[in-house]
Every structure is written in C-alpha cells, then in structure tokens.
Design a protein around this ligand. Structure first.
Ligand code: NAP
Length: 383
C-alpha cells in the first residue's frame, strides 16, 4: 500500500486500513459518471481507501475507476482498501426466511458490479432492516420506508461466512451504538469481532463515549460526515449550522494556515479515528489529502472538543419537508414496542439532539423504541 503505508491503522484481525478514506456517496441528482472521474483523480492524488455501498448505486463506476488505475500501473489491487456495505433488505430477507446466503448474495451483487473478486471491508450498513421486495428502498403508498425486524447476531454470522469464503478480508458494522456493539461482542460462538464501526462523527457530534468504548474493544471508529456532509442529500437535514463556517474552527485553521476542512479532518485523525471525506471537486480532493503534514496542539484539540453539541445531520428519514423539529433523546423504555413509522436510526445516545424534517401536518413527534427483536434500537415516530 505504497502512498498510504505510513497512514494506516492495524485492525483487530491483522489487516490494515488507511486512516483517510475517500467518500463516494453523492446526492441522487449528481451524475454517476462524476464518481468515476473523481475517484480516478483521488487515486492519482494518493487516496487508497475508498468507501461505498451497494445502495449508493455507484459500484459499477467505482469498479471501473479502480480497474483503470490498476491497468495503467498506478496501483495494484492490494494497494486499494475498498469498503462495501450489505443491502439492508437482504439482511432482512436472510433473517426472516433463514436464508443466510442472501447476505453473501448482497456482497456478490456488489462484487459483480465492481468486477472485483473481494472487498477489503464489508459492513452491516444499518442496525435495521427493510421489508423485502424488488425495490432497494421499499416504500408504502405514502412514500414512507417500510422497515421490519432483523436479528443482528445472525446477520453478523453471515458476514463471518463472507470473510471465511474470502469475499471480504475484514468485516464490521456501521451506525451501531454501544448496546448493539455489545450484542455482537457478547454473542455466543463469536468468531470475529467487528474491525470497525462507521458512524456520523464531526465537530458537532464528536461521539466521545462511543469512541472510548470502541477503543477499549480494539474496534476502529470511522467518521462519516466529518465535513458536515451535504444538505442536498435526501438524508441530510437542511437549515442547520454549517461546520465548515464555524468561527472557532476557522480561527484555528487560520492560525495553522490551513483550511477549515483540513482542520476538521485532522481533528479526527488526532483523536484516533479513521476519517472519510467526500469531494468530487479536484481542488478539494487534493486539499483534503493534505492533512498529514501538520499537527493540532493539545489546546486546539481541547477547543475543538468544546464545539460538540450532539447535533446529528443524518436523519435517515424519508420525510423531506423543509420545516424541522429538534428532539433531545432521553432514556427510553425499549421493551415490547413496535414502530409503525421509523424516521430515524443509528447510534443514538441519551442527551443527543436530533434535527428532523417535520411534516407540517404532523401534530407531534415522539420518540419510541423500535422493537428489532433485540430491544436496543432507538427510533422515532411521527404522530
Ligand atoms: N455508513 C453510513 O451510513 C454512511 C452515511 C453517510 C456517508 N457515508 C460515507 O462517508 C462519506 C463522507 O460523508 P458525506 O459524503 O456525507 O459528507 P462529508 O465528506 O462530510 O462532506 C461532503 C461535502 O463536503 C463538500 N466538501 C468536501 N471537501 C470540501 C472542502 N475541502 N471544502 C469545502 N467543502 C468540501 C463536498 O462538496 P464537493 O463534492 O462539491 O466538493 C460535499 O458537499 C460518504 O461519501 C460515504 O462514503 C457513510
């Protein structure tokens, strides 16, 4: 792994992961050809860690860009660290109909699109599952996503099989909270621990508790949305504070003669996270890679820690109305409930704030527990 050899972290299964990753998820209106061009530039610049997922619907273009760079001699396959993620509804199908081969099917579908023989990392994308069907995102007649129950432990066992089959070098999770991680770690007969947990993490949601937990278990925490993501994305809340415009961040950037984006990324690296950064703009792809040649001071780090406000940009909701509500998550009794409309999911913690798109006709929004069969997933119900 030539360009990034010095900038990798050793995973708990012995493999290495470059600590800066190239994000590839873009708003649906962006032409898929953009990711191909951007990834080719990124590989030229030195990125070796590429993050995608079946659901981004760009693995064909990504595979083409990687194969082009291999053919031109820029990289070898084993220089590249490629991450994909299981399709939620396949996990569901597998769980409900006891068809473990369907998790592997999701991975094989990715590999077919990529035209690669393995991925370096395969993740459970969300600790929720969607109703099976033809559509990738099954929706009801009101356009709402249809979710259902899944046993995360059996899904994990299917990932272990993918690793043993040589289709994924490493396996991990995404959007898991401490309880969900503990469930996997405490699973009887666990063969492989997750190597990482990929979650939303940035200056306004620094995930310090989850980070400490992951460090104590030798699980890498990978940050997505580290630059504040893109409000053009369907899943990202609009009208929230913009990280890269934060005056404190910009003052530190100016002091180091760096950009706000470089400091936002460097902050995560110095905390021991792996960080993802998406840009399809050549100048920014280059800029985001220049984060290995400067150091934030302990005082800078402390000041940046102080910016945390438990603000979550990703609502994982299907409700795209512009008006929004803010909810502080409290302690919730998660026993014996069912949800009808899940509008949020992820590694939520009590005390966090959620900004949600809110339909004006909804009288109220309430937190409820979504009974996953594991009694550990916080979700929200619009009422
Ligand atoms: N596991 C999950 O559930 C999950 C969820 C979300 C994301 N992810 C992964 O994490 C990656 C990163 O997250 P993300 O794409 O949501 O957000 P992000 O990397 O925080 O931000 C991307 C946005 O920042 C802009 N940007 C990039 N560099 C910049 C710079 N130097 N200065 C100013 N603006 C800059 C980009 O615009 P331009 O492209 O126009 O430059 C884009 O609008 C994704 O691409 C995906 O691979 C995973």
């Amino acid at each position: 792994m030539r360009a990034m050899r010095h900038f990798s972290v050793k995973l708990n299964d012995g493999h290495s992961m470059p600590i800066l990753g190239f994000g590839t998820s873009a708003p649906t209106k962006v032409a898929k050809s953009k990711v191909e061009e951007a990834l080719e530039r990124a590989i030229d610049i030195g990125y070796r860690h590429i993050d995608s997922a079946y659901i981004y619907l760009n693995e064909e273009e990504i595979g083409r860009a990687i194969r082009k760079k291999i053919a031109s001699g820029t990289v070898k396959r084993d220089d590249i660290f490629y991450t994909s993620k299981v399709l939620c509804r396949v996990a569901y199908l597998w769980s409900t109909f006891s068809r473990p081969e369907l998790v592997q099917t999701s991975l094989e579908m990715s590999l077919k699109k990529l035209q690669l023989s393995y991925v370096d990392l395969f993740l459970i994308h969300f600790p929720i599952a969607l109703k099976p069907g033809e559509e990738i995102l099954p929706k009801d007649t009101d356009g709402k996503l249809i979710s259902d129950t899944v046993d995360l432990c059996t899904t994990w066992e299917a990932l272990e099989k993918c690793k043993e089959a040589g289709l994924a070098k490493s396996i991990g999770v995404s959007n898991f909270n401490v309880k969900q991680l503990e469930m996997i770690l405490n699973k009887p007969g666990l063969k492989y621990k997750p190597v990482c947990n990929q979650v939303e993490c940035h200056l306004y949601l620094n995930q310090s508790k989850l980070l400490n937990f992951c460090k104590s278990k030798d699980i890498v925490l990978t940050a997505y949305g580290a630059l504040g993501s893109d409000p053009e994305k369907e899943w990202v809340t609009k009208n929230y504070p913009v990280i890269l415009e934060d005056p404190v961040l910009n003052a530190i950037a100016e002091k180091h003669q760096r950009t706000a984006a470089q400091v936002a990324l460097r902050y995560q690296l110095q905390r021991g996270l792996v960080v993802l950064a998406k840009s399809f703009t050549e100048k920014r792809i280059r800029e985001n890679f220049q984060v290995f040649d400067f150091q934030l001071t302990p005082e800078d780090m402390e000041t940046l820690d102080g910016l945390n406000r438990n603000l979550r940009y990703f609502k994982n909701t299907y409700d795209s109305e512009d008006s929004s509500v803010t909810i502080e998550i409290g302690e919730i009794d998660m026993s014996g409930t069912n949800s009808d409309e899940v509008v949020g999911s992820g590694a939520f913690c009590p005390g966090e704030f959620l900004y949600l798109a809110h339909s004006p006709c909804s009288a109220h929004v309430c937190l409820t527990a979504y009974n996953t069969g594991n009694e550990n997933l916080l979700c929200l119900r619009m009422g």
